[in-house]
Ligand binder design. Structure first.
Ligand code: PGA
Length: 250
């Protein structure tokens, strides 16, 4: 368990529109009374500027969903960490399973992205997680440890500055959630791995992600090594996201 308050992060993925996202944000902001946990929303890159304006001065931090592994230059379509910082981006999701799967991001690429974010003071939210077939083959621990090891190898003791998210791929967007026992077991393994890499492992919040919703959040957040959540679908509905922020504020 870290000393920090819980951290709840919405991952909007590629959803919404200028108008829809503005109204979602204003509805969330107007319901934040009583929320004491840390919170953020990771918006599509195209909406960073309007989101920055809407979130200015609020407790809800701005996040991005990805960051380039490169500093600057001929990388068409990429957005650099320095560019994200121009919009007061506080967090960037790195190595989401959808990036690993659909965009071929290797462990090494993910590790470079973490370096780029940390270099400009953006907190990377590093995602790890096994597929259904890897779980069935008994490889869960080996997979998440390999994914985290690449980040530790490239970043050394600076790994204490990341946020880690355990997102079993089979639970993402499927309505299947890891049981509390499954989640706690993996989180504990990740915590031990962090402790071997840095004396400040307790600074690292380890989030759970994968079909977290208002109904199951409290039982997951009660686990000793679950420090918050990374929330996809349920973060697109203001009342449900707010209920989860409140569950994390108890
Ligand atoms: P989900 O997505 O909550 O819709 O399962 C979580 C994520 O992919 O970060």
């Amino acid at each position: 368990m870290t000393m920090n308050s819980k951290l709840m992060v919405g991952n909007w993925k590629m959803n919404g529109s200028l108008a829809a996202n503005a109204s979602l944000l204003s509805e969330v902001l107007s319901g934040m009374g009583g929320v004491t946990c840390r919170s953020a929303v990771c918006v599509p890159a195209a909406y960073l500027a309007p989101s920055q304006s809407l979130l200015a001065g609020s407790a809800l931090a701005l996040g991005a969903q990805d960051v380039s592994a490169h500093d600057a230059g001929a990388y068409t379509g990429e957005v650099s960490a320095t560019m994200l910082r121009d919009f007061a981006v506080r967090y960037a999701i790195v190595g989401h399973s959808e990036r690993r799967q659909y965009h071929g991001e290797s462990d090494a690429v993910v590790a470079s992205k973490v370096q780029r974010a940390l270099a400009v003071g953006i907190t990377p939210i590093v995602c790890v997680g096994e597929s259904q077939s890897e779980r069935e083959a008994g490889q869960t621990e080996a997979v998440v440890k390999r994914q985290l090891a690449a980040v530790i190898h490239a970043n050394g003791h600076c790994v204490s500055e990341i946020v880690l998210a355990y997102e079993p791929v089979w639970a993402i967007g499927t309505g299947l959630t890891a049981t509390p026992e499954q989640a706690q077991a993996v989180h504990a393994v990740l915590r031990v791995q962090l402790q071997a890499a840095t004396a400040h492992a307790d600074r690292v919040s380890i989030l759970y992600g994968g079909s977290m919703n208002a109904a199951n959040a409290a039982s997951l957040l009660a686990l000793p090594d679950v420090d918050g959540g990374l929330i996809g679908g349920a973060s697109l509905k203001a009342p449900e996201f707010l209920a989860m922020l409140k569950a994390a504020s108890r």
